[in-house]
Design a protein around this ligand. Structure first.
Ligand code: GTP
Ligand code: MG
Length: 829
């Protein structure tokens, strides 16, 4: 089948463009008689060199006007001209103005989540100046900077001239001419958008010298009033064909991944060892539910506390180099940090050299924050609110979140605080049943705040980051002003091995739990077998993830109070109360006396009994006969057969594959498109995609493979085994694998993509099928996806074409997709 060139295309509509120009003219009118409007447009006219007086008009609004709702266009960088016949045309079309997250309503994360769709293409913000290139009639190439073109004495115009020189240079290297490029861009009705990065001309913060200098193509826009832009793949292709440098981009399938990725990069401030300002994210958006999708960009800029961390890093390097550190922002805390850093550098002479090689930066920061019990976010909040509403003013809405394992003394400390101050304690162990436990836990906390408790204590282990993330995220939704403090039972000590630390904790907590006996809602130590209780406790110890204030979610804590699990609860109580008093002096009146604290702890150790008993696996209501409960537990454990695995596969994100199919089929002839369109229209494209590794049906033929993946599944499940969750239906990631999409192959019954597994050898992955593939869809329900195997077998032996009834289409551009190896459960189980 002949390969056709693929690119998005639409021609200009004279009426539509005329309407746009009329709107712009009206906005540009000033003085008496001009219509009243909230914005003004600046029109500048340029004569194109080398023509007999052809002019182009540039239209620009003030930056702040782009936030207004009724502009005639949001294109930043827009040039129009009139053809010889007097028809108005768009010559250059920049991107629609895009905003930072949370800068306008549309870029609030909640709206981004609701009203955008992938694939999301992420590019780092390049650091030069923007250049637009397009083709005018008579093969005349037009090169512009944001708002001007040609040789004028001002800087902006000279950008365009330098850009033009780079275009000449790259065309010459390819043996092509300006006319060639002009013709091609005009044929596509497109503007090439590139970043001019050339330090010999103008220095920017980031260095672009030697081979790095040049024009970095980052987009191709259709010259239309509405914003429409090429996918990254095709931008790269064009860049290759015309000698531009390329801007790397990453694809993320869904908005959660985008957000997690950006927040992760913000954490370190660097990505791929490059200092970057932020990312531009390209995707599609709609104005609301049911509205059409259109191309849309937004920005993510690194902000505080990351800029403060950067400042700390630079200041530390200055200290190491014997220079005086210079900094203006975050002065007080940076002074304090540097005192700490100097101490560390003096105590270990090797630290400085490592730090200069970018090692130990986070550890240094972490050490300081930990020593101070502060978080970056907490510092910024404190700084922002100094003089009003800061921590000094906190009087209510404080949530204390334990991070602990079983028997650390959470309930003892919590109940003591309740007795001393009347604060609410929400015990996770009192929440019955296993459905939606987390939501109900958060619900009860919010209710306690609503009921007027100034402090609420979340009595749960929260020993894993995911629990803390969920808890903090949910609380932030219901009580946005909450000050959240971690009460961290520290499980590791500097200079002591993890094993030794755990052993000490094990001794203390086991002693406590076994002498507590049945006096607990879920862990009835006298009734259950000792091994069972030890097993549950060990699970928590193994899974324990310490608070790390420099990673999500722990950076969201406003403060962290460290406790020692092996210390008496009396001592821990005093630590909590005195630290809270220091952090939030208005939260409660005077410090309780030592006698008060002695007394409450003694009475709790003597008399405290939890309100109800329950077992984790029981869904029945209150029942105090714990022996019966325990029997029920054992029965439940025995009867709950794990669901069977149907097959193991490499699960792939849906949107990137759909978009690859779409961009490849879009410009094919009708014949080639036919089966693809049929699948689309009859909704027979698979809702999700995967490469099968092994199916249960082949397990006898390949017992080793089947066993191996089953073992991986069992071990992954036991790693997330949590006494509080029913994990039998979880599908943990067993491995990751990158998958290359090579070609689409189809007949009248099934369409499939031939795939190549990039990490197969290294990770011991593969498929028991003849060819690794992704079934796209089948013509009807009666055709099973496994028919892909048959068609691929026939394709291998007989090839494609009329004679075989099998067709193929090569996938261009080396499309690599991140896949996730998973076990898929049988549906009917
Ligand atoms: P789980 O709810 O099982 O995760 O435990 P927890 O962290 O809530 O611990 P809890 O406060 O229930 O303490 C465990 C047992 O140790 C209880 O029986 C307490 O009475 C007892 N205990 C707590 N602190 C101390 C202490 O300082 N000394 C002694 N001797 N016993 C303590
Ligand atoms: Mg407890």
């Amino acid at each position: 089948m002949a390969q056709q060139e693929i690119f998005p295309y639409a021609s200009q509509d004279v009426q539509e463009v005329a309407g746009l120009v009329r709107g712009l003219e009206a906005s540009a009118k000033r003085g008496p008689g001009a219509p009243k409007k909230s914005f003004t447009c600046k029109k500048s006219t340029f004569v194109i060199a080398g023509t007999d007086g052809v002019t182009v008009d540039s239209w620009r609004f003030n930056d702040w006007d782009y936030k207004k709702p009724d502009l005639p266009t949001y294109a930043r960088g827009l040039f129009t001209f009139r053809t010889k016949k007097g028809k108005p045309e768009i010559a250059i079309r920049g991107y629609d103005k895009f905003f930072n997250t949370d800068e306008v309503t549309k870029t609030a994360w909640s709206n981004i989540q609701k009203n955008t769709r992938g694939p999301y293409e992420l590019t780092t913000k390049e650091n030069g100046c923007i250049i637009f290139i397009s083709g005018l009639p008579d093969d005349k190439l037009l090169v512009c900077s944001k708002h001007s073109t040609g040789a004028r004495s001002d800087i902006a115009a000279s950008h365009a001239i330098v850009g033009e020189r780079w275009v000449d240079r790259q065309l010459q290297a390819l043996g092509r001419t300006r006319e060639d490029l002009a013709r091609e861009l005009r044929r596509r009705n497109a503007t090439a958008v590139a970043e001019l990065c050339d330090d010999s001309f103008e220095e920017h913060v980031l260095a672009y010298v030697g081979d790095c200098a040049g024009l970095y193509l980052h987009g191709l826009n259709l010259n239309l009033p509405e914003f429409a832009t090429y996918p990254g793949l095709l931008v790269h292709k064009f860049a290759d064909e015309w000698g531009f440098k390329k801007v790397e981009y990453l694809i993320k399938d869904n908005v959660q991944d985008v957000q997690a990725f950006l927040e992760g990069v913000a954490e370190t401030g660097a990505w791929q060892d490059k200092e970057i300002e932020g990312f531009v994210i390209r995707c599609q958006a709609r104005d609301g539910e049911g509205e059409p999708w259109h191309d849309w960009f937004f920005k993510y800029k690194f902000e505080e506390p990351y800029l403060m961390y950067r400042q700390w890093r630079e200041a530390t390097k200055a200290v190491i180099g014997g220079r005086a550190p210079i900094y203006k922002k975050h002065k007080k805390i940076t002074d304090e940090y540097l005192m700490y850093a100097r101490r560390q550098l003096a105590s270990d002479r090797t630290l400085g050299a490592k730090f200069n090689q970018n090692q130990g930066i986070i550890a240094m920061r972490n050490g300081f924050l930990r020593e101070r019990g502060l978080t970056g976010a907490g510092i910024i909040q404190m700084e922002n609110e100094q003089g009003g509403g800061g921590p000094a003013e906190v009087t209510k809405d404080v949530l204390l979140v334990f991070v602990a394992t079983i028997g650390c003394g959470k309930t003892t400390v919590a109940v003591a605080l309740q007795k001393l101050f009347g604060w609410s304690v929400i015990q996770n162990d009192n929440i019955e049943g296993k459905k939606a436990r987390s939501q109900r836990f958060v619900g009860e906390i919010s209710t306690a705040f609503l009921a007027g408790s100034p402090v609420v204590i979340a009595d749960r282990n929260n020993h894993q980051k995911r629990e803390r993330k969920q808890l903090i995220e949910d609380i932030r939704k219901s009580v946005p002003r909450a000050t959240i403090v971690a009460i961290h039972f520290v499980h590791e000590q500097p200079g002591v091995s993890r094993q030794e630390c755990q052993e000490r904790i094990r001794q203390t907590t086991r002693d406590r739990v076994f002498s507590r006996g049945d006096n607990h809602q879920t862990i009835q130590a006298s009734t259950r077998s000792q091994a069972e209780v030890v097993g549950i406790m060990e699970g928590f110890l193994h899974r324990f993830e310490a608070v790390d204030v420099l990673t999500i979610p722990d950076e969201w804590f406003n403060a962290v109070i460290d406790l020692d699990p092996t210390a008496p609860s009396r001592e821990n109580l005093e630590t909590v109360v005195s630290r809270l008093h220091a952090l939030y002096p208005k939260l409660f009146g005077d410090m309780p006396t030592g006698d008060d604290m002695d007394e409450v702890i003694e009475s709790i150790l003597r008399d405290y009994k939890p309100a109800l008993n329950q077992t984790f696996f029981s869904s029945s209501k209150k029942d105090n006969k714990s022996t019966q409960k325990s029997m029920k537990l054992t029965q439940n454990l025995r009867s709950s057969k794990p669901p069977k695995i149907d097959y193991f596969c490499i699960r792939l994100p849906t949107n990137p594959i759909l978009s690859v199919l779409d961009s490849h089929f879009r410009t094919q002839d009708a014949m080639t498109q036919r089966f693809y369109r049929q699948l689309q229209q009859s909704r027979r494209i698979q809702p999700s995609f995967h490469v099968t590794i092994i199916h249960r049906a082949n397990s006898k033929e390949f017992p080793d493979v089947w066993e191996r993946f089953n073992a991986m599944q069992t071990s992954a499940l036991s790693a997330i085994n949590d006494a509080n969750t029913d994990n039998s239906r979880l599908d943990p990631e067993l491995e990751t694998c990158r998958v290359v999409l090579e070609r689409v192959v189809w007949d009248a019954r099934v369409m499939t993509i031939v795939a190549r597994l990039l990490d197969a050898q290294e990770k011991g992955l593969g498929t028991t099928n003849e060819i690794a593939h992704i079934t796209v869809g089948t013509a009807n329900q009666s055709i099973r996806p496994k028919e892909s195997n048959d068609i691929l077998h026939n394709w291998l032996s007989g090839g494609s074409g009329e004679a075989t009834g099998i067709y193929e289409l090569e996938i261009k551009g080396n499309v690599v997709i991140d896949g996730s190896v998973r076990g898929v459960l049988q549906q009917h189980n």
